[in-house]
Design a protein around this ligand. Structure first.
Ligand code: APR
Length: 240
């Protein structure tokens, strides 16, 4: 089969070896917090200081970590793949772009962006945000939130993602538990249109039954190996 259009989905597992915590650790907590205490609109309404402190700490942590071999291999694929390609990440860190990926969608938002609830602008953000942040666009103080898609909120760029999935020949999922929809359902859309589906994860994910192939191991080893394989057999010129 001529693999021309590739869609990849990454989750917290791709950044784990860079030193960023995954969401669903063995203790069921996310860096010591219950997800519903920090990652819901209700949590932000109830205790904005706690939610800001949590995301401020995670934003600060970004300055101490580097992309790993998996991010770098995906960026290489982006640069060298002659066909269509889209990297959809659930991660809010900036490691894919720091590695060099450009055909990239942050479906769950970005730690390094803010969103003003008064004027609805989104803008780059560095450093702490806190409850007293001033919107660089309208100047309102105290209504800036992290530009993160929380539970019960709509992920970004779903139309672009669905369109890419409906046209893909190969869907690849890396380092995600398959616990959170709609991302966990992307494999089914891809399979429905006849695409091959490959999963690379430390353990079979909750969605692994939908994949043609599951490779179990560390992203930093599996992903560079897979990218080598893919680049060794580029799509035929003029093929479809
Ligand atoms: N290599 C490959 N996979 C790994 C590695 C690694 N080095 N380390 C961990 N994993 C796997 C885990 O086995 C797990 O299946 O990565 C997966 C991470 O799963 P989650 O912690 O559930 O993260 P993710 O799937 O990205 O979560 C989805 O949940 O709370 C939300 O919005 C948040 O985007 C997040 C979404």
């Amino acid at each position: 089969m001529d693999m021309r259009n590739i869609v990849m989905l990454t989750g917290a597992g791709v950044s784990a070896e860079s030193g960023l915590a995954t969401f669903r650790g063995p203790d069921g907590l996310w860096e010591g917090h219950r997800v519903e205490d920090v990652a819901t609109p209700e949590a932000f309404a109830r205790d904005p200081a706690l939610v800001h402190a949590f995301y401020d700490a995670r934003r600060e942590k970004l300055g101490t970590v580097e992309p790993n071999a998996a991010h770098l291999a995906l960026a290489r694929l982006d640069a060298e793949w002659p066909g269509e390609l889209l990297l959809v990440t659930q991660n809010v860190d900036d490691l894919h772009e720091r590695a060099g990926s450009t055909r990239l969608v942050h479906m769950h938002g970005e730690l390094k962006k803010g969103w003003c609830l008064r004027c609805n602008e989104r803008f780059p953000w560095a450093g702490p945000m806190g409850t007293g942040a001033e919107c660089p666009s309208c100047g309102t103080v105290g209504l800036v939130r992290p530009d993160i898609v929380w539970f019960d909120e709509m992920p970004y760029e779903m139309e672009r993602i669905e369109d890419a999935l409906r046209r893909c020949d190969l869907f690849v999922s890396i380092g995600t538990s398959g616990a959170v929809y709609p991302a966990a359902g992307f494999v089914q859309t891809a399979r429905y249109v006849g695409a091959e589906a490959l999963e690379m994860n430390l353990e079979p994910s909750l969605a692994s039954v939908f994949f043609n192939q599951s490779r179990v191991g560390r992203a930093s080893e599996l992903v560079p190996q897979w990218v080598e394989e893919v680049l060794a057999s580029p799509p035929c010129k003029g093929g479809d």
